[in-house]
Ligand binder design. Structure first.
Ligand code: G6P
Length: 476
């Protein structure tokens, strides 16, 4: 079967898991990428190629919730070298400001090339004549050029969900030129922020030597590639609706009750990742109690840490550090039935997330570097009464749009303490003014608008005049 729209992402929207009774089942994949692409898929009857997690090799294509999914199996050594290695221990830290030290291994790179080739071959096989193929994220940066070599008739878009680093950092990569050339296979290369697009164009000029003008790159073969920002978003109306359902409202009340109805509930929800700044934020909260600004009877911090990349060493180290910190803070500051931090190492379905957002007075999102951070946007969408405070890192992409949040530098512990305290003490009027403005922003720039603008731009920019047109995600 061939498709007019093919999505290529490292992950499928569902992940292969073993259920408690030992049988195999499916669970929604972690991360913001999946929730953002789903609406485009539904509107277009497309095909989604991705890894289903685990090392099953022969899973057949299947339908899930109206989406046509094509699993690509990864061998155990590919999981280790391509996924855990090059994607998550080389590219991930370099693209996130070197928050952790990246490792460079030639066999990781070789595996990255091989797996990218596998994804490109599958996309080439499934795309119909003149189809649109939309490739996603840092795990697949070589796919655009590989695919163009195989299928010059296609319209190819690429979107990077994480930050694109400044030249000074990117240059460390021994394979910097190959990665830039891989991305240039696309007609349109999308980034979260204008700064990422500018970094890319500058690097292409300096390292590959192509002519550029503003956001355009002119290739010797006559093609023009555009690099531009498309800040990603969420299904704002969907979250708002969810927050108003009876079961979510009731669950939010139950959560508050279970926490002992404190005056204020602080909340953090993140993949357990060293870029997220979980450690520093918990310390800031604990110090506010130690300094006597409030007590465990007044405030509790709920931290949900979604298990992530557990085979990668840096992630294991982080988990141990957070475990120790939470234990120490609760041991020092908690009372019977009143821990200072309620720590949950698990993932929750959308309904429970919405209930947590509704229950929380202060949402704390303090990454050292983050492409966008959809949790911040989800919190805002769920505050249907225009209350609640958002404390947000300046270094999350979302800070560009959510200007009315308490913006903080996550490296500045005292600054973070002041912001948390201000949010804790702020009055209703101030909260309403801020939240109203932020909700308006999120409503206007939802995920459908994001996908539509990318698709519209891709259609304009395609080299191929006979490529088919893809319907926008927004249905009016
Ligand atoms: C981020 C990345 C995604 C990734 C997700 C979950 O959101 O941008 O590409 O899928 O994290 O990480 P994982 O390694 O579990 O796929």
């Amino acid at each position: 079967m061939s498709a007019d729209l093919v999505i290529v992402a490292n992950r499928l929207p569902v992940d292969r898991v073993t259920l408690p009774d030992g049988t195999p089942g499916w669970r929604r994949s972690p991360g913001g990428l999946v929730s953002a692409i789903e609406p485009v898929m539904r509107a277009n009857d497309g095909t989604w190629i991705g890894w289903p997690g685990g090392d099953d090799q022969d899973l057949e294509p299947f339908e899930d919730d109206g989406m046509h999914l094509v699993p690509i199996g990864l061998e155990p050594d590919e999981i280790e070298l391509f996924y855990e290695g090059f994607s998550n221990a080389t590219i991930w830290p370099i693209y996130h400001d070197l928050v952790a030290k990246p490792e460079f291994h030639r066999e990781w790179w070789d595996s990255y090339v091989r797996v990218n080739r596998k994804f490109a071959a599958k996309a080439a096989e499934l795309a119909s004549e003149g189809a649109t193929v939309w490739v996603h994220d840092y795990q697949l940066q070589l796919v655009p050029q590989m695919l163009r070599d195989l299928r010059p008739d296609l319209r190819i878009g690429f979107y990077l969900h994480i930050p694109f680093p400044p030249a000074e950092l990117f240059q460390q990569l021994p394979w910097r030129r190959q990665i830039l050339e891989g991305l240039l296979g696309a007609d349109l290369v999308g980034f979260q922020l204008p700064g990422g697009a500018a970094n890319f164009v500058r690097l292409v000029r300096q390292r590959v030597g192509h002519k550029t003008h503003r956001d355009l790159v002119y290739l010797p073969d006559g093609r023009t590639v555009r690099a531009a920002a498309f800040p990603i978003s969420i299904d704002a109306a969907g979250f708002e609706k969810l927050a108003l359902t009876e079961s979510v409202v009731a669950r939010a009340a139950e959560i508050r009750q279970a926490l002992g109805n404190p005056r204020r509930i602080f909340l953090g929800i993140d993949r357990l990742d060293y870029t997220k700044g979980i450690y520093a934020r918990l310390r800031a909260f604990a110090e506010l109690i130690e300094d006597g600004h409030f007590d465990v009877e007044d405030a509790v911090f709920v931290q949900v840490a979604v298990p992530s990349r557990e085979q990668v060493e840096q992630y294991r180290i982080l988990r141990d550090e957070i475990d120790r910190l939470v234990g120490r803070i609760n041991g020092d500051l908690g009372r019977i039935g009143r821990p200072a931090i309620s720590y949950l190492h698990t993932s929750y379905p959308r309904e429970e997330m919405a209930a947590l957002y509704c229950a929380a007075d202060i949402m704390v999102v303090t990454p050292y570097r983050d492409g966008m951070n959809l949790v911040a946007k989800e919190y805002v969408a769920c505050r249907t009464e225009d209350d609640g405070a958002l404390v947000l890192s300046e270094f999350a992409g979302a800070a560009d749009e959510l200007r009315q949040a308490w913006l903080v530098n996550p490296y500045d512990l005292n600054g973070m303490k002041s912001a948390l305290l201000e949010a804790y003490q702020s009055d209703e009027k101030d909260l309403t003014r801020r939240m109203k403005a932020m909700r308006k922003t999120i409503r206007q720039h939802d995920v459908a608008a994001w996908a539509d603008s990318f698709m519209a731009e891709l259609a304009t920019f395609s080299h191929s005049t006979h490529a088919k047109t893809v319907r926008p995600a927004r249905r009016s």
